[in-house]
Each structure stands twice: as structure tokens, then as C-alpha cells.
Design a protein around this ligand. Structure first.
Ligand SMILES: Cc1cc2nc3c(=O)[nH]c(=O)nc-3n(C[C@H](O)[C@H](O)[C@H](O)COP(=O)(O)OP(=O)(O)OC[C@H]3O[C@@H](n4cnc5c(N)ncnc54)[C@H](O)[C@@H]3O)c2cc1C
Length: 338
């Protein structure tokens, strides 16, 4: 029996692989559901989803609703919307959470409109107040204030950025209900021909373990090559601050900050980046931040674990060479052990 007034997470997947943001939403959703004394469910839409459904139970869901059909193999906005709206009308969740991914951003407003409710986009925190309302927190006014938003209507809907919330540790002793739902297909308005993501290695900026971010300290677009060489040496992905996107040097999906990606890599190199509030909001939770800047008073040094005051045109090639030398020494030592 489905629980009403529950917390529901849209579990985005691609080819049966659940997007990590869904596990982060389950982590936060678990907390909210426990505070509200209700059930946490996940919705999966796609093709061949049995294994993914089980993983969502291990990730914290009490119940998973599965719309499994070969026609849903790639994202189709009309059919996704229809499936989830029908489910939400029946189950009547109090809260619906989606990742602020391209798919979540496309789906969220359409669901909210169909359900006659509001949606807070790009939340960076979620809380429950004393009366059981969801408090949706997000930066506003260019990131200078944090807005606390409540929705009078139900469900209360929010998209949440990737790498903001914490996933629960995978617990394969957890059990839950997996419910297969009938799929009512609509005539497609468009057909997705291809899904492309990330750099040549397939890693997107948001998912990368190491990010090398260039800022306006770079003098011309050709100089991005220096940062790409560093990124290649450290096994990272190239990213940038907003002026570089505005100048057309790199694509928006490489942007870090308020208007782009939120990242939480193991190492974040900020090269020629001043550290504006709009930039910091997207990277300050990185495990280790290395900043290279000629200006010792640059704000980026306030959040940096390692600060190098100097000219990037001098420092970056030397850093890249040092990493390459150390890597090839490591490779030789490993070969000697084999
Ligand atoms: C609504 C709104 C949303 C925004 N969203 C974003 C966002 O998502 N992401 C984002 O990044 N910005 C965003 N911005 C823009 C933001 O306010 C800043 O303008 C931007 O972050 C500055 O980028 P930067 O640090 O590369 O450039 P600058 O602030 O110009 O800093 C360049 C830095 O490079 C250093 N430098 C110069 N030469 C060298 C050298 N040779 N070697 C080493 N260092 C050198 C300088 O000392 C300086 O600190 C937004 C702004 C608004 C109003």
C-alpha cells in the first residue's frame, strides 16, 4: 500500500545507471522523511531497471516505483512527465525532489505546472520547520543572500544541485518495496538521437575528481592549452569561470559557480581566478583547493588549502612538468615491482 504525504525522489538514470545526484537526494530525503515520520520513495523511469531499483533501496528508499519500458530507453519529456504526474496524483507525496541536472531542470517545471504547485530551483539546502513545512534554501540576488522559501501548495517541489547533499553509505541489508507501474505512452514530440556528456574521457565537470579551472588571469584563448596540459597530467577536467564562457572561450557546461556547475572534486585548481562569491558558491566544498594568483589579496586564497602567489604562465608549466616527472617515476617503480 502506497504511503501518502511521503517524500518522493526522482531517480534520474541513463542506460540503467542511476545518476549519483539521486543517491544524494535519497540521503537528504531520508532525513526529511524521518523528520516528518513518513515514507521515502524513488521514481525510476526507463528501460531494464530491476538492478537500478534495488540499488535505490540500498541507497535509502523505502519504496521504488518503476516505469520500465523499451520505449523509455532514452529521456522523453512527455512520457516522463505523464508517468510521474499520474503517480504523484495517486500517491500524493508532500515533497518531490529532483536533481538540478539538464533532465531535472527540464522535468521539474513541467511536473510542477501539471500538479498545480510551485518549484524552487537549484536549492543548496533543505530543512523542515517546526510545523513540518519544507524550507527550500537557495542563493538569491547573485548569490549575495540565501532565500528561505516555503510552498503553500502540495507537493512541495525542489531541484537540488549535484554534489551538495550527502548520499548515505550503500547498505545492502536494507529492504523495501519495488512496485512496477503500467506505462501509458504518448506520441513522441521529438526523438533523442544521442546523449553526449563531458569531455573526451566522458567525465563531466560536475562529476570530475580533479578540476583545473581557468579564470580571467588567462590572456588569450590559446593559453587554455596550458591548463589542459595540467589537467591531462593530473587526470582532471578543464573548467572555467564566467568571463571565459562569456567570451566564448569555453562552453557553459564547463562553467563553475552560481550560473553553472557545483563541483566537489578531490582537488580543485583555481588558476587566475579571483574568487568572487558567485564562483566560490560552486567550488568551496572541494576537498583540497589549490589557488594560483598574482594577487596575494585575492579572495580565492581565503578558501584555498594551498596558495601559490605568482604568474600562472610561470607556475602552471612547471607544475605540469613536475607532475609528469613524478608520474613517470611512479610508473617506472611500479614496472620494476611487476
Ligand atoms: C548573476 C551573476 C552570476 C554569476 N555567475 C557566475 C558563475 O557561475 N561563475 C563565475 O565564475 N562567475 C560568475 N559570475 C561572475 C562573477 O561575479 C565574477 O565576475 C567572475 O567570477 C570573475 O571571474 P574571474 O575570477 O575569472 O575574473 P577576475 O575577477 O577578473 O579575476 C582574475 C584573477 O586573475 C588574476 N591574474 C591576472 N593575471 C594573472 C596571472 N598572469 N597569473 C595568475 N593570476 C593572474 C588576478 O589577480 C585576478 O584575481 C556571476 C555574476 C553575476 C552577476
Amino acid at each position: 500500500m502506497a504511503a501518502t504525504h511521503s517524500v518522493m525522489v526522482f531517480a534520474e538514470q541513463n542506460g540503467g545507471r542511476v545518476h549519483p545526484v539521486a543517491y544524494e537526494l535519497l540521503g537528504k530525503g531520508r532525513d526529511i522523511a524521518d523528520r516528518l515520520g513518513t515514507e521515502l520513495s524513488a521514481v525510476l523511469v526507463g528501460n531494464d531497471l530491476a538492478a537500478a531499483a534495488q540499488e535505490l533501496i540500498y541507497g535509502g528508499a523505502d519504496a521504488v516505483y518503476v516505469f520500465d519500458n523499451p520505449a523509455l530507453d532514452s529521456f522523453d519529456i512527455m512520457n516522463y512527465r505523464r508517468s510521474i504526474v499520474d503517480l504523484a496524483k495517486e500517491v500524493q507525496p508532500d515533497v518531490i525532489l529532483l536533481g538540478a541536472t539538464a533532465i531535472g531542470r527540464s522535468l521539474g517545471p513541467r511536473l510542477a505546472a501539471a500538479l498545480g504547485t510551485g518549484l524552487t530551483a537549484d536549492c543548496t539546502a533543505l530543512e523542515v520547520d517546526g510545523e513540518g513545512h519544507l524550507v527550500q534554501i537557495r542563493p538569491a540576488f547573485s548569490g549575495n543572500i540565501l532565500a528561505h522559501i516555503k510552498t503553500d501548495t502540495r507537493p512541495q517541489m525542489a531541484t537540488v544541485r549535484y554534489k551538495i547533499m550527502q548520499a548515505l553509505p550503500r547498505d545492502c541489508s536494507r529492504t523495501g518495496r519495488v512496485t512496477s507501474r503500467a506505462v501509458a505512452l504518448e506520441e513522441p514530440l521529438a526523438v533523442m538521437a544521442r546523449v553526449a556528456a563531458g569531455d573526451a574521457t566522458g567525465t563531466s565537470v560536475a562529476e570530475a575528481e580533479v578540476v583545473v579551472c581557468g579564470g580571467r588571469g588567462l590572456k588569450k584563448p590559446e593559453d587554455l592549452k596550458l591548463l589542459q596540459q595540467l589537467a591531462d597530467a593530473v587526470g582532471g577536467v578543464l573548467a572555467c569561470s564566467k568571463p571565459l564562457v562569456d567570451a566564448g572561450w569555453l562552453e557553459k557546461d564547463q562553467l563553475v559557480g552560481f550560473s553553472g556547475n557545483t563541483v566537489r572534486p578531490r582537488i580543485y585548481f583555481a588558476v587566475g581566478v579571483s574568487g568572487s562569491s558567485q564562483h566560490l558558491i560552486g567550488m568551496r566544498n572541494s576537498d583540497t583547493i589549490v589557488a594560483i594568483n598574482t594577487d596575494p589579496s585575492a579572495d580565492i586564497f581565503q578558501v584555498a588549502d594551498y596558495g601559490i602567489v605568482g604568474d600562472l604562465y610561470d607556475i602552471v608549466p612547471r607544475l605540469t612538468a613536475a607532475v609528469q616527472t613524478s608520474r613517470s617515476r611512479g610508473d617506472r617503480e611500479q614496472a620494476a615491482c611487476n
